[in-house]
Design a protein around this ligand. Structure first.
Ligand code: SF4
Length: 314
């Protein structure tokens, strides 16, 4: 049976902006399985990165639980900190320009472990090898490297403490297509070799389809659909998921219609009263503007928040 590494329960994050409450993350629950990838997709500003930052313990939730192997991540626990690492969006910003590559990669080791110089050097060479970089790069500074090399350095740093779990927050967004595909292959290989679990945040559905086993589609702070990735891409049920997939792949509804998004995403400070997607949904009916649909299981492991999608008992 699949073992849970992380359990996220009823997670909420509110921000106070212009004297209004912005619900960046609104009652989100999901599990991350050992050795697997859980992806969250959605347009920018939907709350994906707030979830990542809460799991990385960079910001505190308004309420809810995040359990790592059944222990709350909010305990001041060094073992936990080592086991949860993060790769950020922009390798140009996430690496300290004043530090040499060797210092950047070994920084977590120096904070958490004490090694002799010789062991440190062996580890540095091994980490660079694991991300397919030559050890000669260790003496250089970030500005001397390409974007792809920098992201490999960020990945080497993230595995330095032998973690169980890595949050990948849009790790490809600043890279070109060919470099992105190399980084994706690298992440997949490392996952297999090191038995890593990933939370993969992205707006790129093709990448999510390729890398994840489970995925959630997020919109204005809520999950609208959550399923094993194979089901989500083969049989997307929520109109928003269908629209996103239509835009990226050749998905069409049974009547051969493509689902096309209309209007802009509403302000998260002023979300629609009923279904969050009602202002853009081609199938919206009166009920949709009044009543917000709950996320409900419509088949095994497949949850959808839409009045049109019926549960087996309906
Ligand atoms: Fe569209 Fe209504 Fe379903 Fe919302 S509940 S996605 S508006 S059909």
């Amino acid at each position: 049976m699949d073992k849970k590494l992380l359990s996220i329960k009823n997670l909420k994050k509110n921000f106070l902006i212009q004297n209004k409450i912005l619900k960046a993350v609104d009652d989100v629950s999901f599990d991350i399985i050992k050795g697997k990838t859980f992806a969250i997709v959605g347009e920018s500003g939907c709350g994906k990165s707030s979830i990542a930052n809460m799991i990385a313990n960079l910001i505190k939730p308004t309420s809810g639980q995040i359990l790592f192997e059944n222990r709350s991540i909010f305990k001041n626990d060094n073992e936990l900190k080592k086991n949860i690492q993060m790769i950020f969006q922009d390798p140009y910003l996430s690496l300290n320009p004043k530090m040499k590559i060797s210092e950047i990669i070994l920084e977590p080791i120096k904070i958490h472990k004490k090694f002799k110089k010789e062991k440190e050097l062996n580890l540095l060479t091994s980490l660079l090898n694991q991300v397919n970089l030559s050890s000669t790069i260790a003496k250089r500074y970030p500005h001397e490297l390409s974007g792809g090399q920098r992201q490999r350095i960020a990945i080497a740093r993230s595995i330095a403490l032998n973690p169980k779990f890595i949050i990948c927050d849009e790790p490809l967004s600043s890279l070109d297509i060919s470099t992105s595909s190399q980084i994706i292959s690298l992440l997949k290989n490392l996952q297999q070799n090191l038995n890593l679990s990933y939370l993969f945040i992205s707006h790129n559905l093709a990448v999510v389809k390729y890398i994840s086993q489970n995925a959630a589609v997020m919109y204005l702070g809520k999950f609208l659909e959550l399923a094993p990735s194979s089901k989500l891409f083969l049989n997307p049920l929520h109109p928003y998921t269908q629209a996103l997939i239509s835009a990226s792949f050749s998905f069409k509804k049974k009547n051969n219609d493509k689902v096309i998004l209309k209007n802009e995403i509403p302000s998260p400070l002023n979300p629609p009263k009923g279904c969050l997607f009602s202002t853009r949904c081609p199938y919206a009916k009166n009920e949709c503007f009044e009543i917000r649909p709950a996320l409900k299981e419509v088949e095994k492991d497949h949850q959808v928040a839409c009045h049109l999608v019926k549960t087996p008992s309906n």
